[in-house]
Write a protein that binds this ligand. Structure first.
Ligand SMILES: [Zn+2]
Length: 166
């Protein structure tokens, strides 16, 4: 059985800024109204014969979405972007189309992510792992087969990843 959560109707949304370092047009700071769709496949178990309670998955997704909301999402493992944190400010330097660019942000406005880029592709895998770990921490992973997570950058475009649990 597969259960589905629609990010728009289910309230799994957040707004954030990012920079796709190295990309010609997306290598400039810009933002998206993101929403997250989730599908979970597994056996129906427990008192209610649920694959998983919708509320449980919503809470796990919202935990991360709330952390990202109204922040600059910064990938700390990008191979070509230099950064430094000093006096609660993040300083970024990188070469964009032959021009050296420098950004400076207060750390309270930034969420540092253990990613090499903040593309929808990378973020869908990150959300998927977060959901898997969240279910595991609650002891709810045993009956789950796979978790499919789509990170949409606004309406009409997104990246979907699938994590096989079994
Ligand atoms: Zn973007």
């Amino acid at each position: 059985m597969i259960i589905e959560l629609n990010g728009i109707y289910g309230g799994l949304r957040f707004s954030a800024a990012h920079i796709v370092f190295g990309h010609e047009s997306c290598g400039v700071i810009h933002g998206h109204s993101y929403y997250i769709d989730v599908k979970v496949s597994g056996e129906q178990t427990g008192q209610f014969d649920f694959v998983c309670d919708f509320k449980v998955i919503k809470n796990i997704v919202k935990e991360l979405a709330n952390e990202m909301d109204h922040k600059l999402l910064f990938p700390k493992y990008h191979p070509e972007v230099k950064y430094e944190i000093k006096d609660d400010y993040l300083f970024i330097e990188y070469n964009h189309n032959g021009t050296l660019k420098k950004y400076m942000f207060p750390c309270c406005d930034v969420l540092m992510l253990p990613l090499k880029s903040t593309t929808a592709e990378e973020m869908s895998e990150y959300f998927g792992e977060h959901i898997k770990n969240g279910l595991d921490n609650l002891g709810l992973l045993d009956s789950i087969e796979w978790i499919e997570t789509t990170v949409n950058e606004g309406i009409g475009q997104g990246a979907r990843s699938n994590i096989l649990v079994k």
